[in-house]
Design a binder for this molecule. Structure first.
Ligand code: FAD
Ligand code: NAI
Length: 464
């Protein structure tokens, strides 16, 4: 270590980078983390997971009070009003608390925060602002940013990306969301609950690509019932913002005659792309793949010895918990331990109402791989969900027909995001559907629907 400043330098303090830095420090390695934002926590804490969940929570409370859900339970609230400034203040408060918490953890673990943009000078040397440091190991955890849509320029006023959509100072009259993926549906839900008309324009013939086919279809139905409008198989070819509105030109994805949709606001949410620009990768001898990502092996080593990469900047789902798991694993590998992430069992949750969650294979992929058995149980038949008046959705368990091993679990349910953790744990332990079916589940809970779906794999659910 003689002429190195650090054992480990992590570039980026998102869920991947900050977790890697903390684990490296816990393992006794002298660690620094470069971050160019004013606060730690990356996309997730500053402009992603946390602020979006704050607004999802707040908007749900508003909707329950304003649109009669509470009244149905005998809780009468009159004169319900939206105070958007207070809602935004509560969102900012969550961010401040959590990003400050990471700063505290850095201090506690003696991790040096190098403030500024990091650029490679060579494979073991990085410049951060005015300072140049050498590190024995460098972990690239620079995350991702919004993919731009060339025909629709974001101005963060009328035409916004996810960051702008979290900060709109007024409820849009008509929000057109371009992209029926997870950001479009989550942030579309926020503004819809607060009073906006929401239209989703999606290029493909169905929303939520990558999810189980039946889940995609059912979610689409549920969102339509909630009042979302969908324009599937449609592309946006131009946008013109003028006089407080935006004229969007759309046409069938396969080509055909165009039409105009008038919107008060437009959200561009067509995906995210890895952050590698300006990082000076060429000076480290690194190249990106055709999707702009940094390839690694299973231990998160890049092609250059001593340089590692994790999180949204490498292939795989762009999820905070995947980045965190990789952060722990990479630090353990650097320290000479065995850090592993099971990429086959990474849960994925869309935090709408109901929540949409999945882990493992879709039914389509599982069937393509061999013979399977599928068990399904509707939330309508789950006593707790029915009592709570949350009847939408189902749980689906997909198991190998011969071994009964669970290959995938899909859930649409108000508490789907919480319920999926049990499925992930079961799959991590190599559970069969019978293992889940014979595990006692507390009554009355939404989780009993998972047990019943597992029972349905062998045709023996009780409550349907
Ligand atoms: P990031 O969090 O993007 O962090 C990278 C950090 O590196 C950034 O802070 C950046 O400033 C810094 N950086 C980049 N380049 C440099 C450089 N050269 N020098 C110094 N610093 C640099 N995921 C979930 O699992 N659940 C959710 O509910 C969820 N909600 C989301 C909602 C929204 C609106 C968005 C946009 C994303 C959401 N995500 C969610 C995705 C999640 O935020 C990302 O998967 C996660 O943040 C990736 O972590 P990361 O550490 O790889 O990168
Ligand atoms: P996404 O990949 O989820 O969805 C993008 C959608 O846009 C897709 O349906 C795609 O077909 C569509 N699309 C692409 N180009 C288009 C075009 N030109 N016109 C119309 N539609 C088009 O991406 P999104 O929603 O931007 O989110 C980015 C990532 O952030 C997600 O992949 C996810 O990893 C992460 N995220 C995770 C969350 C969670 O875990 N709850 C919440 C928010 C974001």
């Amino acid at each position: 270590m003689a002429d190195y400043d650090f054992d480990v330098l992590v570039i980026g303090a998102g869920p991947g980078g900050y977790v890697a830095a903390i684990r490296a420090a816990q393992l006794g390695l002298k660690t620094a983390c470069a971050e160019s934002r004013e606060t730690l926590g990356g996309t997730c804490l500053n402009v992603g997971c946390i602020p979006s969940k704050a607004l999802l929570h707040a908007s749900e409370l508003f909707e329950e009070a304003a649109h009669g859900t509470l009244a149905k339970w005998g809780v009468k609230a009159s004169g319900v009003e939206l105070d958007l400034d207070t809602m935004h203040a509560a969102r900012r408060d969550s961010i401040t608390g959590l990003t400050g918490g990471i700063e505290f953890l850095f201090k506690k673990n003696k991790i040096e925060w190098l403030k500024g943009l990091a650029t490679f000078e060579s494979a073991d040397t990085v410049r951060v602002g005015e300072r140049t440091v050498r590190a024995k190991n460098i972990v690239i955890a620079t995350g991702s940013s919004v993919t731009p849509l060339p025909s629709v320029a974001v101005d963060q006023e009328r035409i916004v990306d996810s960051t702008g959509a979290l900060e709109l100072p007024e409820v849009p009259e008509h929000l057109v969301v371009i992209g029926g993926g997870v950001i479009g549906l989550e942030l579309g839900s926020v503004w819809k609950r607060l009073g906006a008309k929401v239209t989703v324009v999606e290029y493909l013939d169905q929303i939520l690509p990558g999810m189980d086919g039946e889940v995609r279809k059912e979610s689409h139905k549920i969102f339509k019932k909630q009042g979302f409008e969908f324009r599937l198989s449609t592309k946006v070819t131009a946008a013109e913002a003028k006089n407080g509105s935006v004229a969007l030109t759309v046409e069938p994805a396969a080509g055909g005659s165009s039409e105009t949709i008038e919107a008060s606001h437009v959200l561009v949410s067509i995906g995210r792309r890895p952050n590698t620009e300006g990082l000076g990768l060429e000076k480290a001898g690194l190249q990106v793949n055709t999707r702009g990502q940094i390839d690694t092996d299973h231990e998160f080593r890049t092609s250059i010895p001593g340089v590692w990469a994790i999180g949204d900047v490498i292939p795989g789902p762009m999820l905070a918990h995947k980045a965190e798991d990789e952060g722990i694993a990479v630090a353990e590998n650097i320290a000479g331990e065995t850090g592993i992430v099971n990429h086959a069992v990474i849960p994925n949750v869309v935090y709408t109402m109901p929540e949409i969650a999945g882990v493992g294979l879709t039914e389509e992929d599982a069937r393509a791989g061999g013979e399977v058995k599928v068990g399904k149980f509707p939330m309508l038949a789950n006593s707790r969900a029915k009592t709570n008046k949350e009847p939408d959705g189902f749980v689906k368990v997909i198991a190998d027909a011969k071994t009964d091993r669970v290959l995938g679990v899909w859930i649409i349910a108000s508490l789907g995001g919480t319920m999926i953790a049990e499925a992930a744990l079961a799959m991590e332990f190599g559970a069969t559907s019978e293992d889940i079916a014979y595990t006692s589940h507390a009554h009355p809970t939404h989780s009993e629907a998972l047990k019943e779906a597992a029972m349905a794999v062998t045709g023996k659910p009780i409550h349907i």
